[in-house]
Every structure is written in C-alpha cells, then in structure tokens.
Design a protein around this ligand. Structure first.
Ligand SMILES: *Cc1c(COP(=O)(O)O)cnc(C)c1O
Length: 446
C-alpha cells in the first residue's frame, strides 16, 4: 500500500448545518468527462494542458438563442463573431447553422473567405481597415460597417477608383444606460454625428447604405439596454425613410450578451445573474415591433453575439504540478496551465473543478499557473479540495476569447481538440513545437 503523503495540518472552522448567505453548503462539483469522454482519456491521448471544444454544446446553445429570437421577431440573422473564437472548425459549425461571419480585420476577413463564406455574408467591423482590406471588402460585396469619418472618405475614394459600389452601414455609439459608453467606436447618436454620417453616405453615389449597427459593450447584464439601443436605431431607420423615402435592409444590434461566467467581485454567480436569450430577445423585439416602423417594413435583425454562444462549449484540461503552503499558511496549488492561455481569468472567477471525487476537506486556496511570473494567478480565492500532484482538473467556460487571445510564453501552446456530435475527437489546432518557431525566426549570420 502506498504511504499517504504528509501534509501539514491546518485548523478550519466548521459551521455545521448553518446555512451561509448562499444556502446550505453544496457538494464539491466534479467534471469527470466531456460529452461522455473521460477527462483522463482525453489527456492521455492529447497531453496536458488541453483545450477541448464541444460541438454538441455549440449547437445546443445556438439552437436556444435562435429559438428565443425567431419566435419573437420575423427576420433574424446571426453572424458569428470571429474574434471570439476563430478556429476554423468552430466557425464552420456556426456557418453550418446558418450564421454569417462578423470580422474585425483583414486577417479575419480572409479567414471567413477561406471558410467558404460568401463575401456578401461577411460583416466587416472595426476601426482598422486598410485600403487593401476595404478594396477586398468592396470587391467581395461585403457589408462594411464604417467606424469613423476618415474611413468614410477613404471608402468614397476607393469605390471611385475601382468603380464599384460599396455596400455600407454605420456603427453607431449611443447612450443605452451602460457606462462608460463605448464612444470610441462608430458615430455618436446623441451629438448628431451618426445622422451626419448617414447624410454623407446618402450623398455619395458610390456608397449604398444598407443598415445600421451598434455594439454597446460586452457582458451586458441588463437586457433593457438593448431595448434603448434598438429604439434609437429604429429612430434613425425611420429618419432615413422620411428624408430619403428609402428603407434600409437591416438593424444590427451587435453582441455583448453576458455568458454564464462569474465576474470578479460579483456577489452572485453568473449562472444566477446573467439574462437568458429569451430576456434579451424580448427586450430587442419589443423595442423594434412597437417602434414607429410599419410591420411590413421591419428590418432584418442582425445579431453578432459571441461569448454568450460559445463560452460554455470550451474547457481547459490541466494537471496539478504541486501543492504549497505559503508562508502565510494559505494553501496553494500549482497547475500546468497559466494565464497566458486564460486571458479571461483576468476578469472572471473561472470555475476550476477536480475530475474525480476527492477525499478530505476543502480549504480556501490560490491556484497558480506554471509561468515564472507573479501575475500568473488562475484563481486567487477558491474553496478547493486537497488535490495531489498529477491530479487532473477541468476549467470550464473558456470557449470565448481564450483560444484566440492565448499567448505563447516560455513553452508551447497546447493542442485544441473538438468533440464532434458522434463523440469522436479531432485535433483542430496542433500543439506548437520548436519547429513552429524555427519556421518564423531568422537569425542573422555574423
Ligand atoms: C467583439 C464583438 C462582438 C462579440 O461580442 P461578445 O461580447 O463576445 O458577444 C460583436 N460585434 C462586434 C463589433 C465586436 O467587436
């Protein structure tokens, strides 16, 4: 029999049977498998750490969002926000579900084209669109969402030069009760810039105004903010009709729906506080159908929701490297996945769970990553069971913004694996190797 490892004892206060403000203590949650595949099997095959994406969850959450909107509004079109997760395997699932592509750079535009998206079904957002990017977008008949006046004038110039009409919308920033207002993007509604931009576009013969866009922020926890945004865009939509006798094609309310992650400093868990797709859909559809817009002229409603669709589908599997008692007496656990892979750990209290039942009590701990950097804290305060070196853990809700923003640092970035609808696993991005770097690096001869 193996001797049990010695750990310095600690004294914990036990409040037996007394409910805390969150009710009675709950049993430690464990995640032993993902879509029926054991965590240990996945890690044995693909290594540690390991990103895992569940196709089943992607499709189920998408179906839920689609149902919420399509039962409340007649014309809905989703566009997948590439920057949220632009693994080709992931984008392809959204395109298969009928989503267009929403991109914010020339790189993402090219990625969408290479994923087989028709140029006219690419929404091109963002403040950085070079002359080359805009030319490509016009040639592919993309929906170009203009961010600022300089871009508007550049578009007029390019569309004249190549003698081709550009299909455009404007991004509008507005006061929807969410502060600070993201007024660095697009044209302001309240000060008249948005209306001014619309007039300039209507005057430019090579620009065809097709829609209005806003993206009021991210992780918006009040659905009523979208109602305010939708009514303001509806006002502009009607103003265009009144002045130019012209109906725009769409209103795009952007993304920003909250995912079920828990923000740092939040009192209640995100699963309890984040609005459902039904609540967002109710707010938006109410505002549009009860606006001045005649029902036969209602615009198509575009949605670019990112994090709320994919966060739940992503997991990061990781291994315990060591446990340490800090000088303060606090327990700490070191794992093999650092904040360089978990960009969202800077603003969420990510859920970290053992993959098997743990004996012994839980204790408030800190979970550190493997980087030789003091900022590498995956969870600064978590009540966590006593895990041992080699134990496998699962970090949940990491589908949004971690794969795309993960940063290479001191070691290779890990494999990314997709579990398909039949429970088969596929590598969707290979682990880096020394070769990855050799291909890109040049060392001048001296
Ligand atoms: C990032 C972004 C989105 C997606 O935002 P989420 O908060 O992930 O839903 C949508 N539209 C635009 C313009 C964006 O920049």
């Amino acid at each position: 029999m193996e001797k049990i490892k010695y750990e310095k004892p600690v004294i914990n206060k036990i409040s037996a049977g007394v409910p805390s403000k969150f009710g009675l203590p709950v049993k430690q949650k464990i995640i032993s498998d993902i879509d029926g595949i054991k965590v240990s099997t996945l890690m044995e095959k693909y290594g540690s750490p390991l990103f895992v994406i569940s196709e089943r969850t992607i499709r189920e959450v998408f179906a839920e969002a689609k149902r919420a909107f399509e039962t409340r509004y007649p014309k809905v079109q989703f566009a997948w926000s590439y920057k949220t997760n632009y693994m080709d395997a992931v984008c392809s699932i959204y395109h298969d579900e009928g989503s267009w592509a929403e991109v914010v750079s020339g790189f993402e535009f090219e990625k969408a084209l290479s994923n087989g998206v028709n140029g006219s079904q690419i929404i091109f957002n963002g403040p950085d669109k070079s002359e080359t990017d805009l030319t490509m977008a016009i040639e592919h008949n993309a929906c170009i969402h203009i961010d600022h006046f300089d871009e508007l004038y550049l578009l007029i110039e390019i569309s004249r030069k190549i003698n081709k009409k550009a299909r455009v919308a404007i991004r509008v920033n507005l006061d929807a009760g969410i502060y600070p207002i993201w007024d660095r993007f697009g044209f302001n509604y309240e000060n008249g810039d948005a209306w001014n931009a619309i007039n300039r576009i209507m005057l430019a013969e090579n620009l065809e105004l097709i829609g209005l866009h806003t993206h009021i922020g991210t992780y918006i926890m009040v659905s009523s903010a979208y109602a305010i945004a939708a009514s303001k865009l509806a006002n502009l939509y009607m103003a265009v009709h009144r002045k130019f006798d012209y109906w725009l094609k769409y209103i795009d309310l952007g993304g920003g729906f909250a995912s079920k992650n828990t923000l740092k400093g939040a009192y209640m868990p995100g699963t309890e506080t984040c609005p459902s797709f039904d609540e967002y859909a109710e707010a938006i559809s109410n505002a549009l159908i009860s606006s001045e817009i005649p029902h036969e002229n209602l615009p198509v409603l575009f949605l670019e929701t990112g994090r709320a669709l994919i966060d739940d589908a992503g997991f990061l599997l990781t291994t315990v490297l060591a446990n340490k008692r800090l000088n303060s007496g606090r327990r700490s656990t070191v794992i093999d996945a650092g904040v360089n892979l978990l960009f969202t750990s800077f603003w969420y209290n990510l859920g970290v769970y053992p993959s098997k039942e743990m004996s012994g009590g839980a204790e408030e701990s800190t979970i550190y990553g493997p980087l030789c950097m003091n900022i590498d804290v995956v969870r600064d305060a978590i009540v966590f069971p006593h895990v041992n070196t080699g134990d496998q853990l699962v970090i949940e809700r990491v589908g949004a913004y971690n794969m795309t923003q993960s940063m290479q640092f001191i070691t290779y970035r890990p494999n990314m694996v997709l579990i398909d609808m039949e429970g088969k696993t596929h590598i969707i991005r290979k682990k880096e190797s020394l070769e990855t770097f050799k291909q890109q690096e040049l060392n001048p001869k001296r």
